[in-house]
Design a protein. Structure first.
Length: 296
């Protein structure tokens, strides 16, 4: 175990480690005194001299090594999150956020948790980039990928229409929030999908994958990679298609969305043909069943 590993141990573990070292020192001293011929004081002084010499030698070697070998940068600003801790870290990011950026595929967590949490905060702005539901080859490819992984859907098999439906629901719900709440919502459609999803506020971001067995990565804005991922999301938005979120009725609750609202919103978004193919009533039902997929 190296020094950094010892220093990063919890306080009670560090105390146990130090206690173990002191116990070993005392046992060695007592054995040396009992089995040797030196008086106790002489044996004690000998051990103290040996410890002092070891400390001085270690300090000298550390100075020599650090003078000739460049120090490696630490991973400050990067934290690996175990699967069971991801939701808690997301709640921390949402706790103080007034801006949120997302780059992913369906946007279910964004529409089910981020929008309800941030919708009534002062000057709140949300921008998201999801896959283009009109791009059938893309939806087919994503359906194939999603059906092969251990996702939150627990073995559900997807096809292109099921993928497109999820994105249409995101468009409709974003339109409702943009029309009936104080939040500013910008939604973009991408011609590609990425297994890695990015959720970011102004202080940190969390990178996740669909496989619920896998950990996530939290990156604070102090780390240089934060700016690179922010730039990646910016380019994805600039190369994507911005969705027109008009068409939703004002003054209605989310549960009051009907097939007329869905048809109007998706017509404004340029997806009337896809809406007819999947069926507005099916989209309405999916909107009503939409929730945060990661809530307990």
């Amino acid at each position: 175990m190296d020094t950094q590993s010892i220093l990063s141990l919890p306080k009670e573990h560090r105390r146990t480690f130090v206690g173990l070292l002191l116990a070993m020192f005392a046992i060695a001293l007592l054995l040396d005194w009992k089995l040797g011929t030196l008086p106790f004081i002489e044996a004690l002084l000998g051990y103290i001299r040996a410890v002092a010499a070891a400390i001085l030698t270690s300090i000298f070697l550390l100075w020599v090594v650090s003078s000739f070998i460049p120090r490696q940068k630490t991973a400050e600003g990067l934290t690996e999150l175990e699967a069971g801790n991801i939701t808690k870290e997301f709640d921390k990011l949402l706790g103080t956020a007034t801006r949120w950026r997302y780059k992913g595929n369906f946007g279910r967590y964004m529409r089910g948790k981020v929008l309800p949490t941030l919708a009534d905060r002062q000057n709140c702005h949300i921008s998201a980039c999801v896959i283009d539901p009109k791009n059938r080859p893309l939806c087919e490819k994503h359906a194939e990928y999603r059906s092969q992984i251990n996702s939150i859907d627990k073995g559900r098999q997807y096809d292109a229409d099921a993928v497109a439906l999820q994105v249409l629901v995101t468009i409709v719900i974003c339109s409702w929030y943009a029309t009936n709440r104080r939040v500013t919502v910008e939604l973009f459609l991408s011609a590609s999908f990425d297994p890695v999803r990015i959720d970011s506020n102004d202080d940190a971001m969390i990178l996740t994958v669909e496989d619920r067995r896998r950990p996530a990565l939290k990156v604070t804005r102090d780390h240089f990679i934060y700016e690179h991922f922010e730039t990646s999301m910016e380019f994805a938005r600039s190369q994507g298609y911005k969705v027109n979120l008009d068409g939703m009725r004002r003054g209605i609750e989310l549960a009051q969305i009907d097939h007329t609202d869905v048809s109007n919103v998706l017509d404004k978004a340029g997806m009337s043909e896809l809406c007819k193919k999947i069926n507005p009533e099916t989209i309405v039902q999916a909107c009503r069943e939409s929730k945060n997929p990661y809530e307990n």
